[in-house]
Design a protein around this ligand. Structure first.
Ligand code: PLP
Length: 418
């Protein structure tokens, strides 16, 4: 018997765990639900207690193609039997095919791969600084970002993000970062000057409350960047990969960035992120200027390639637009049936926020919990917005089911609130 057979022959006994184990062994950075998922398929998810849920969270915009999508599972299995990892001293076939697919599909000519949205943005901000320093000297270092934006949790990306609560206690923070109000062209004009190396914006703010940028705002940022020699970075970590009905949101806006960051749905749950840019800008990153061990490893790249190939077809994106129409109609009806609860349905495509009225401000979490009790998983975006990010493969029947479950949850919530 060889060593591998020896391992296989050992009877595996798993330690029993449940939700309470979390509080015993995990660093308390999260407060997970009592629902403990153990298995899922498409938008159906089963908890440890056997109860079925309809998942309208999409793993926070990650599972664009649903759970355990057969095509993606097959791509994973196929690559898993060939080559998992070689390190960046070697390139590999899946990552080259993925880079070809992404550069063919977008404005970009070059790709850098990493493992998360924060890392994609970290690469983008470092590249913007390096590019400006090389071309204009070290005084062109300022980064302009929007209030309420979210760009990740590394010290640099969280400092660029526009939510003070996420940087409190981590000072000193990296300097030369300014925050301006989102969708305010006058503020952008006042803030973007000759010392700015980059302006970063989410075309649709996600964590900040599901707020789409005005087309004129993105156009103004483009013009201000061009006039000041600054790079325009679009963070499409949440709104990219088909979520708005276009492969990337910038395509729908008709405003092209210099750097595009993507992650979340790119791997459908397998961790991968990417920074996409032009040849000229990419050249500021010479050999050794940046890197990461796992970035673009064959397993992640094979999965992501299948995801891109699946989403980037006219038929798939047309269906996303069709599902968008039905879901928006459904939610707008709910809003008009519960006008005292919801003030607005907003967002883009299948990235939707239901904003609470003044009367119910701060109670998004309670509504999400009530929905979960009825069997519907939804998210929040801050205390005042219920957020829906269903998988892009959501069916009409699943939208109707979500409608019933959400209305029932609202009735229970309002009964208890009386
Ligand atoms: C989630 C998110 C990030 C961070 O991605 P991680 O993979 O959590 O590091 C960055 N930007 C936006 C817009 C996001 O929604």
């Amino acid at each position: 018997m060889n060593a591998i057979q020896n391992i296989e022959s050992k009877q595996e006994t798993l330690t029993p765990v449940d939700r309470s184990t979390f509080d015993e062994v995990m660093v308390p950075t999260y407060a997970p639900s009592t629902l403990l998922p153990v298995r899922a398929l498409g938008l159906d998810l089963w908890a440890q207690d056997g109860k079925r849920y309809l998942d309208f969270t999409g793993g926070i915009a990650v599972n664009g193609l649903g759970h355990a999508n057969p095509a993606i599972v097959a791509a994973l299995h196929e690559q898993a039997e060939k080559l998992w990892h070689v390190g960046n001293g070697y390139t590999n076939e899946p990552v080259l095919r993925l880079a070809l697919a992404l550069t063919e599909a977008t404005f970009a000519e070059r790709a850098f791969f990493c493992n998360s949205g924060a890392e994609a943005n970290e690469a983008a901000f470092k590249l913007a600084r390096k590019y400006a320093h090389g071309k204009f000297g070290p005084s062109k270092s300022r980064i302009v970002s929007c209030l309420n934006s979210f760009h990740g949790r590394t010290l640099f990306t969280v400092s660029v993000g526009g939510q003070a609560k996420y940087t409190e206690g981590y000072e000193p923070l990296p300097p030369d970062i300014d925050h301006i109000p989102f969708n305010d062209i006058a503020a952008a004009r006042a803030a973007i000057g000759a010392d700015v190396c980059a302006v970063v914006v989410e075309p649709v703010q996600g964590e900040g409350g599901v707020l789409p940028a005005d087309p004129a705002y993105l156009q103004a940022l483009r013009e201000l960047c061009d006039a000041n020699g600054a790079l325009l970075i679009f963070d499409e970590v949440q709104c990219g990969m088909g979520r708005t009905g276009d492969l990337f949101a910038y395509m729908g806006y008709g405003v092209t960035p210099d750097i595009l960051t993507v992650a979340k749905a790119l791997g459908n749950g397998y961790p991968i992120g990417a920074m996409l840019t032009t040849t000229e800008i990419a050249s500021a990153f010479s050999v050794g200027a940046h890197g990461t061990t796992y970035g673009g490893n064959p397993l992640a790249a094979a999965v992501a390639l299948k995801v891109v190939q699946t989403i980037n077809t006219p038929e798939f994106l047309a269906r996303v637009k069709q599902a968008t129409k039905l879901l928006w109609q459904t939610l707008q009806t709910i809003q008009s049936d519960y006008p005292h609860v919801f003030s607005e349905v907003r967002g883009s495509g299948l990235m939707i926020g239901m904003a609470l009225t003044e009367a119910y401000a701060g109670r998004a979490k309670e509504i999400a919990k009530a929905a979960e009790n009825e069997g519907l998983m939804v998210l929040i975006a801050g205390p005042d917005v219920v957020r829906l990010l269903p998988a892009l493969i959501v069916s009409d029947a699943q939208i109707e089911e979500a409608d019933c479950l959400l209305c029932r949850a609202l009735d229970v919530f309002l009964d208890a609130a009386k």
